[in-house]
Design a protein around this ligand. Structure first.
Ligand SMILES: *Cc1c(COP(=O)(O)O)cnc(C)c1O
Length: 387
């Protein structure tokens, strides 16, 4: 699926704009058209131009899939209707009833729900462990372990796992390492180059970047696994429509410039939070005192746009801050151009309450957007002053 752009030694931003996106050969259209069609004419039975039916393949989706493969330095990219559709396809390709998987004890709530509420019924057992403790990961791996699931930085605690080390643990056990790269985006971190076998994305977040579409993706460098995943994508059918593919493709062109601004704004927000006596702790991998700082500095280009913090005044103060911001919109999701604030324990992570993945009630999570940074700082300072 890789095209000549991916093999041409071009930089990340060039690939984001051109990989899979050559001008349309029939019209010269510079932007990949939205091929809003379910089926394709055949000149004779079985004679077609590579497309038969849009669940199996659609040119707008192909452009997106080729671009995402190039951005993650992989061979095969596959797009899905949501991040969870991508995860489901991947897990039902890599596991079978009786399989065992190792999952993080700090992960996106929906991923945990997929393991606990869906795959468990299908006979797949998941063991949550801290991925920061490689000995614990090694101890959790069994002969029937088919994969280690890694998310880094994690949502919402922003822990950092060492991808290269985890790939070693997985491969020693003949298991695969899957990395959910949603928080970092391929601009900040390329797990396949660090030894991971498959990358998962919720393209709803930074890749799409504009909070206007829900989507997911898988990328792998393993051609055989890529074929199996493509088979399951078609057989299970969780594909995105042409317009949604087009929206993600439009968003991804600016991923690099957006991420640079997300990171710069997040750094300033972190400094503000650290100077506030209302804040008990700031969780951000860019801080030298963060336990994952060195690993993050090694495997990431920069430290990202997600910032979490704990309030000295406990859960009541956390809820009050969420009520008081104006530029930071109170809402779930992340990775869009606009800044968002949320209370993980009652919002994004409500589904893990009572489990080993439960998050503290005094925690607030920010998705720092690309607005004028002084407006973000002023908004947070005002909100904190009121709690
Ligand atoms: C949002 C998210 C998902 C799920 O993606 P959807 O597009 O909402 O299905 C998976 N992993 C992470 C880290 C996420 O933030």
């Amino acid at each position: 699926m890789s095209d000549e752009w991916a093999e041409g030694g071009y930089g990340f931003d060039t690939l984001a704009i051109h990989a899979g996106q050559d001008p349309d050969p029939t019209t010269g259209a510079v932007v990949v058209p939205i091929y809003q069609t379910s089926t394709y004419a055949q000149s004779e039975v079985g004679q077609h131009k590579g497309y038969e039916y849009s669940r199996s393949g659609n040119p707008t989706r192909t452009a997106l899939e080729t671009c995402l493969a190039a951005l993650e330095a992989g061979r095969t990219g596959l797009a899905f209707a949501s991040g969870l559709a991508a995860e489901d396809c991947l897990l039902r390709t890599l596991t079978k009833p009786g399989a065992h998987v190792v999952i993080p004890d700090d992960a996106y709530g929906g991923t945990y729900r997929l393991f606990a509420g869906v795959l468990a019924k299908w006979g797949v057992e998941a063991t949550p462990v801290s991925l920061l403790d490689l000995d614990a990961v090694r101890a959790a791996v069994r002969s029937e372990t088919s994969l280690i699931w890694c998310e880094t930085p994690t949502n919402p605690l922003l822990n950092v796992a060492d991808i290269e080390a985890l790939a070693g643990v997985a491969h020693d056990a003949h298991a695969r390492l899957v990395v959910d790269n949603t928080f970092a985006s391929p601009y900040l971190q390329q797990p396949l180059t660090l030894g991971a076998d498959v990358v998962v994305h919720s393209t709803t977040k930074y890749v799409g970047g504009h909070s206007d579409v829900v989507g997911g993706a898988l990328v792998t460098d393993d051609a055989t696994l890529g074929e199996e995943l493509a088979y399951h994508q078609n057989a299970m059918g969780g594909v995105p429509g042409a317009f949604d593919s087009w929206l993600v493709l439009r968003g991804v062109k600016t991923l690099g410039v957006r991420m640079d601004r997300h990171c710069a704004n997040a750094q300033r927000v972190v400094e503000l939070l650290q100077s506030s006596d209302k804040v008990a702790a700031v969780l951000y991998p860019g801080l030298p005192g963060h336990p994952g700082h060195e690993v993050a500095a090694k495997q990431m280009r920069d430290f990202g746009g997600m910032v979490s913090f704990r309030l000295a005044g406990g859960e009541a103060a956390a809820l009050e801050v969420c009520r008081r911001t104006k530029v930071f919109t109170l809402g779930e999701s992340l990775g869009g151009v606009e800044s968002l604030i949320e209370h993980p324990a009652r919002m994004t992570h409500a589904s893990v309450a009572g489990s080993q993945l439960e998050v503290p009630g005094d925690l607030v999570r920010l998705s720092v957007g690309i607005e004028t940074v002084d407006d973000l700082l002023g908004d947070l300072a005002t909100a904190l002053a009121g709690v």
